[in-house]
Design a protein around this ligand. Structure first.
Ligand code: BES
Ligand code: ZN
Length: 467
């Protein structure tokens, strides 16, 4: 082991120049971090996990749903932190359409014993109605043509069409509401995908309940259902990105400097304080802004926390779309996106790219993790966060996350007591030294001598269903 670390640092030292060489040749160290080049040490000695932890603690006092006052408060806090490190921070505002879940969903069917548990479909409209239940198969146009659903409640089975297509087909024939039943065991967490003023009130029920209703109808029973959905709301909201820029300290006049982004998202889902998702990434982004502030670089570094990530990467999409093609985008060489980087209860650090391939970000981070920990951080394929917006614009981007995820993901238990300072320190070191390695004056290409980390498969998590 010792020998391997030494040879890594020696080769690193030889490619990294005198400062590194002095350190590495001075004495054979037993710990890789001690033999890291002095530029790494400049970063590492400044990182303070207590500061990261305190910022997470502050941010995770409440959920920070995009478009709410608590997001706005978080944004003001982030701006204030950037300013306290000496940055001029900007808040960028953008509008988006969002759906607020109903606070009441009720379904009762006369002539049917037992409670039926109904869930709303996301983007369903409110309503309070009752009507005869009629079966309309899979809810295709043809089936609805043959069924008299006008003023009635269409009972439709899941399958082949999207939920939205089924609801619109029923609405077109004058149905008053839709009950959609699952075609597999378990609850259905469905979405209509987007807002549409042609929708009628729509709920989902289990396969078991749906088949029981159908059986009664087939036996000739007349069923009348009452359906109530209250408190759902679709409307325009405002969210924010916070941006702080460290200009290159030394600039080649003939050529504009490269740009590196370090990013996280400050919003959370409803009901979740989001200590790990993603006050952790936001707070590591803040800390790296503080740490790198006075280190000399020939590369511009931009620190951004995005809003409305949880609504579909909206903040980063808005941000990247508004970058100018031939200036900002061409100059950008990397996006280090930090999302869920501090949970005690999650697995090890992985680096995920949208296409599953290595790029400058994974190379720089594998080189730095090898220098610091003796092993390259594994990489794999993964989307689901703001690096996707950068990758889609052709920018080398990657997500830093621990895998598998903690059980508290998107729950009220995503709280500060589950945060590990060691994990925060480790991620901040790997990302901070990777960025500085590239951005420091006379930066070298990533050290090609470290061995490529292993490719990992990341477990797929539950997502909302459209069909
Ligand atoms: N931090 C998560 C993404 C995540 C969680 C990635 C677990 C890998 C493992 C992110 O904030 C999130 O929840 N994203 C949404 C998707 C987004 C496009 C709305 C998700 O994964 O459901
Ligand atoms: Zn997240």
């Amino acid at each position: 082991m010792k020998k391997q670390f030494l040879s890594v640092s020696l080769i690193a030292a030889l490619t990294l120049g005198t400062a590194g060489a002095t350190t590495a040749l001075a004495a054979p160290h037993s710990s890789p971090v001690l033999s890291a080049p002095s530029s790494d040490k400049q970063v590492i000695k400044r990182i303070d996990a207590d500061k990261i932890y305190k910022n997470i603690e502050y941010l995770s006092q409440t959920p920070r749903v995009a478009g709410t006052d608590s997001e706005y408060n978080a944004v003001q806090f982030i701006k204030k932190q950037f300013k306290s490190y000496g940055y001029k921070a900007d808040i960028e505002e953008f509008n988006f359409l969002s759906y607020t879940d109903p606070n009441l969903v009720e379904l009762s069917v006369a002539g049917f014993d037992g409670e039926i548990q109904a869930n709303h479909l996301t983007y369903s409209v409110n309503g309070n109605l009752s009507g005869e239940v009629v079966y309309a198969g899979l809810g295709t146009k043809e089936e609805l043509e043959e069924t008299d659903v006008a003023g009635k409640i269409a009972l439709i089975q899941r399958g082949s069409l999207t939920f939205a297509e089924k609801v619109l087909n029923a609405a077109e024939k004058g149905a008053a509401g839709v009950i959609l039943f699952n075609n597999a065991d378990g609850e259905l967490n469905g979405t209509l995908g987007e807002d549409n003023d042609k929708y009628i009130p729509s709920v989902t029920i289990t396969k078991k309940d749906g088949e029981a209703l159908l059986e009664k109808l087939n036996a000739g029973a007349k069923l009348t259902a009452s359906l109530k959905i209250e408190g759902a709301y679709s409307g325009e909201k405002t969210s924010y990105n916070v941006v702080a820029t460290k200009k290159a300290t030394k600039n080649n006049k003939a050529k504009k400097s490269d740009i590196i982004y370090i990013t996280g998202h400050h919003d959370s889902v409803a009901g979740a304080p989001g200590a790990n998702d993603d006050a952790s990434g936001t707070s590591v982004t803040l800390e790296l802004a503080r740490v790198l502030k006075n280190l000399p670089t020939d590369t511009e570094i931009r620190f951004v926390t995005f809003g409305a990530e949880e609504n579909g990467l909206l903040g980063s999409q808005h941000y990247v779309t508004n970058l100018s093609d031939d200036d900002d985008i061409k100059r950008t060489i990397a996006n280090f996106n930090l999302d869920m980087v501090g949970s005690k209860d999650a697995g090890d650090l992985v680096i995920l790219t949208n296409d599953g391939e290595m790029n400058l970000v994974t190379e720089l981070a594998q080189a730095s993790s090898t220098r610091l920990n003796g092993e390259p951080t594994p990489y794999g394929q993964g989307g689901r966060s703001d690096h996707v917006s950068f990758a889609e614009a052709g920018i080398p981007a990657a997500l830093f996350i621990h895998s598998p995820s903690e059980p508290w993901y998107h729950t009220p238990d995503d709280t500060i007591d589950k945060i590990s300072k060691e994990k925060l320190q480790d991620v901040a070191e790997i990302v901070g030294t990777a960025v500085y390695d590239q951005a420091k004056i006379e930066a070298k290409k990533p050290d090609p001598t470290h061995k490529k980390g292993k490719k990992v498969k990341v477990p797929h998590l539950f997502e909302k269903e459209f069909r």
